[in-house]
Design a protein around this ligand. Sequence first.
Ligand code: NAI
Length: 787
Amino acid sequence: MEYGPAPESTKEAQAWLEQRGRTFGLFIDNAWSAPGELFASANPADGSKLADLTQATEADVERAVAAARRAQPGWQVLGGHGRARVLYALARLLQKHARLFAVLETLDNGKTIRETRDVDLPLAARHFYYHAGWAQLQAEEFADYRAVGVVGQIVPWNFPLLMLAWKIAPAMAAGNTVVFKPAEFTPLTAMLFAELCVQAGVPAGVVNIVTGDGRVGEAIVKHTGIDKIAFTGSTEVGRAIRIATAGSGKKLSLELGGKSPFIVFEDADLDAAVEGLVDSIWFNQGQVCCAGSRLLVQESVEAKFLAKLRARMDKLTLGSPLDKSIDIGALVDPVQRQRIAGLVESARAEGCTIYQPACELPADGSWFPPTLITGASTTAAVAQAEIFGPVLVAMSFRTPPEAVQLANNTVYGLASCVWTENISLALDVAPQIKAGVVWINTANQFDAACGFGGYRESGFGREGGREGMFEYMTALSEDARPPAPLVEAQAKAKANAHAAAPHDSPFGIDRTAKLYIGGKQARPDGAYSRAIHGANGEFIAEVGEGNRKDIRNAVEAAHKAGGWTKATAHNRAQVLYYIAENLAARGEEFAARIAAMTGAKNPEREVQAAIERLFYYAAWADKYDGQAHQPPMHGITVALNEPVGVIGIVCPNEAPLLGFISLVAPAIALGNRVVVVPSEAHPLSATDLYQVFDTSDLPGGVVNIVTGSADELARTLATHADIDAVWRHDGSAEGCAEVERLSAGTLKRTWVGGAKGRDWYSTAQSGGRAVLAHASQVKNIWIPYGV
Ligand code: NAI
């Protein structure tokens, strides 16, 4: 039976555009500026122009930031309840005008009305409701945090209003004010949203919307009056933003591309999996960062599954996105169409088989049929690059380990789907997939309560859930820092490094401390050492001068120590307690060493504090639990705090023992393995720990220590492809900026202390969930439950 067309009326949306003269200025301080240099936004389904928008200038961005800055204190002072009421009003208004928004979105973006009506709008409204709740509870639930300040937010064109909601709702809830830039292809729903802000009573300056292309984004990113950048878009631009913000002290969250696997095991409900796949790769024409663009199907059911899939593809309808019965709408712009076509053609040229159902493409506009590519090698461009279109690449596997290996075989780690009727298999595979989201027997589910965001080059930071709120807040402990005597200590360290020839150690042992790699003491590769001097300039000992090769060896050892990540939290806690106990047994020795190196008057205090810090993180090891969410659909979502992986740590110079322990203990407590560069000036507290570790059941490779130049070794850590995060806390502002910049290569997570330093003795400043959050990343696993 054929369906007749069921077009949604565009009357209201067209009337709204007409009423606005089809021309928009910028929305700053709750007022519209006069239009400036204009660019057009077109309907991708037929190429017709919808409206002209203003390309904001740097001066415009300046005005928007100034307005946001002025408004921020008042917005904060309004309090959680006041903000909750405004967010609630926005949610209500979005619902009230849902039809207008949905049609406008479909006109501007080309996505089907079915999706804008049933997905984008309800989810956007839900985001405001949910975050009204966090605003209300903020004082209670986030008592130790404050708003970041002014945030710059840049979004792409694939979910224009939904991405706006994902950005603006949490930022507002936490008490921030925003400068928001929609994508140049799809700015119209943001313009309509600006009108809602006025109606909802959003105070002037809290939400400012500037339109334009990447240049406007660049102006926002580099503006010194902005405290945080939140970006969703391509990995390429995300990397550029990481580099541009390095050393600026701006907080940063990046939600980038993906090449998400869709794994079908032989015992899966194949018909359900086919439907899931349709939702996964043909939702929004595949222009979805978490699209299941790589089908991995078990060989035994491959032929059967692909036959079912092709049959289903034949039934997909493509055409006017305003038609309520259409499955596939238009691509956002002809530029995207050309890009996708180019990638598909390259696959054809490489001998892949391309399957496309026979469907007639409309004459005007930008369209691409649903496409299935088989026969691609795992390294082919179509198997690795984000195509961002309705193109699925299918491959097969034989065993579950092979499925996991293929699933993880990209630089990305955004999402994944696992289809099987065997719950043990699903829950065995889920933790092995390096992705921020795992959907079991479902696909592309989103909810404001469930965090979303990537691993690896898919970016960092989360949107939604409790974890998403932290992206828009600063821990109060990060504010009150004592003046740090760091620069002085560093200068002394440098001077000492070039000091005169070593003479006898006051300890009477003229020895060279080696490096500690894989649980064994190791000679430095370069066979060089450096002299370590005491507070009065006297020689104490030599330590190995680690180099690039030593770091490589240490990283390799850390990767081999994967058993630590699988060990129970109880087990990890036991080891931390044991280290504390063994450190206590040798407390006097450690205190004497600290006194000799730093001249500290009361070195026992530092040893005691280090022991207590070990207890502190041992206590946390089995208490930093995740959460179980109950989203409105599909069972439960389990949010787990997973370790980041291998973390490179550059320790502070002051408090050489306590600083080391304060960074290493939280990292290993949560199951990470570390490569540590101890205090450059006073490394001996770390090298003295080797024996403590050896007698504390700490498996080899969990903590690796490379002494030497902090700058040089930090550079190696930041550029190493197999390190997942780098922390630098030695008080070097330039060094920290360099770590942030260099980490952009593989988009490592970073945590840097800058020049401000912190009080290592204070648990408020050097402990707590804020530190644990750096040592973990949240994976949200959607599990069928009661459905
Ligand atoms: P894009 O990353 O260039 O654009 C996203 C947003 O960033 C837009 O608002 C744009 O104006 C802005 N922007 C561009 N250059 C900037 C800069 N230097 N500094 C600050 N902001 C900047 O993405 P584009 O060009 O629209 O799409 C290209 C490809 O990126 C797609 O084919 C797809 O593969 C990927 N992409 C991924 C998305 C995701 O959600 N992961 C979303 C959009 C695109």
